[in-house]
Design a protein around this ligand. Structure first.
Ligand SMILES: [Zn+2]
Length: 389
């Protein structure tokens, strides 16, 4: 409908009004013979306004005509929806509010009007008002699913994660489909908020709740590791981050440097080498290679690190590996920089950029930082690191 031209839209509007009017008029003229309201002339008056491109006046006339009889409720609803879809939300609200004010509405009609008004408010960004209306409708059987979806949208927008968890649980019952991965994200949001307010204990508890909702929740393992490291419980931190390898190895890069730092804090170089060697054998993740080469370079010098990267490149030739190798070589050469090498590194660096950052598997949104909720398509758990492969 949105893509249709204005001519088509007005045609639909006029015919919606006309058909509603016809239905109404027959019923109306049977019941109220003594009325002096001239329906046909009002209709033609409205049509005239439309043809003269005075839609505001036309709408006023049509709404007045439609208000005469309660049998035109369907038309009212259709008209309101048309306006909302066209982005004319204020008008849609006026029509639906007008409808709500009628005392003669049946329960079902009232629910329908409430639902539409709630959608108008949602579209207008009036979340509090929309929430109130949808809350009234949660017990309505017919609208149930739609109401829950709208409420979930509101709570996500308002970052009311506790309510979001409650609604998601209800929705999964209605749909017979678990929403554990999303519920886990809500728990993680709560955990992050607790970290921001300095309550690490509560944050840890919330992140563990996320894990019990969804064992594969990478974000929860990341948070638990961060909290443990913050509390200097480095063994516990490494244990939590290590889980990511099993959950989704693509995300290991997110913690590679943190794992390294925790091993260093424990003064456990053997453990570190062991961890990274195992991770590399299992997952061949670029960021693990980068963290490992940094460590080798520091501990055993650039030549050893270069050797390590070359070996890695033989197994897995990538621009990231090549860039790292050039980096190490330039570090070694120090002040006597080889201009060709610098040029080459610049070129490889440009290539590398295409394989950095994060991308949404659903809509293709690309970003420099990790989002658990895609800003493009508003789906959870669809974004992944590009450098993980
Ligand atoms: Zn997306």
């Amino acid at each position: 409908m949105d893509s249709a031209g204005p001519g088509f839209y007005w045609l639909v509007l006029a015919s919606a009004v006309a058909s509603g009017w016809l239905i109404a008029w027959f019923g109306y003229s049977r019941k109220l013979k003594n009325t002096d309201f001239d329906l046909p002339s009002a209709y033609f008056k409205g049509l005239n306004y439309l043809l003269n491109e005075e839609p505001d006046k036309a709408i006023e006339v049509f709404v007045q005509v439609l208000e005469v009889n309660s049998e035109t409720i369907e038309t009212h609803l259709a008209l309101g929806n048309l306006f909302r879809r066209r982005g004319e939300v204020e008008r849609a609200i006026r029509i639906h509010q007008n409808l709500m004010a009628r005392p003669a509405l049946s329960n079902e009609q009232r629910s329908l009007a409430l639902m539409e008004l709630g959608r108008d408010y949602l579209k207008a960004g009036l979340y509090d008002r929309a929430e109130n209306l949808f809350q009234e409708l949660t017990e309505d059987r017919k609208q149930g699913r739609e109401v829950l979806l709208s409420l979930l949208q509101i709570y996500e927008y308002e970052k009311e994660w506790k309510q979001a968890i409650e609604i998601a649980n209800k929705l999964s019952v209605v749909d017979h489909k678990p929403m554990n991965d999303i519920v886990a994200q809500y728990h993680c949001e709560l955990a992050d908020a607790a970290i921001t307010s300095g309550d690490l204990k509560a944050a840890g508890k919330l992140a563990r709740q996320a894990l019990s909702a969804d064992h594969a929740c990478v974000r929860a393992s990341l948070i638990i590791g961060n909290i443990e490291a913050e509390l200097s419980n480095h063994r516990e931190a490494i244990k939590a981050w290590n889980q990511i390898g099993e959950q989704d190895a693509m995300f290991l890069g997110e913690v590679a440097e943190k794992v390294r730092d925790s091993f260093v804090a424990l003064d456990d170089k053997e453990g570190l080498v062991d961890f990274f060697q195992t991770a590399l054998d299992k997952h061949k993740t670029i960021s693990i290679m980068q963290a490992m080469s940094g460590f080798i370079s520091k501990e055993q010098g650039q030549t050893a690190a270069e050797k390590f990267v070359i070996e890695w490149l033989r197994k897995k030739p990538t621009v990231h590996g090549l860039y790292r190798l050039l980096d190490l070589r330039l570090e070694k050469q120090g002040a006597e920089m080889d201009n060709d090498l610098v040029l080459l590194r610049g070129m490889i660096g440009e290539l590398k950029k295409e394989h950095e950052g994060y991308v949404c598997q659903n809509c293709g949104f690309k970003g420099k930082v990790m989002h658990w909720l895609c800003p493009g398509c508003h789906k959870w758990n669809t974004i992944r690191p590009l450098s993980g492969e």
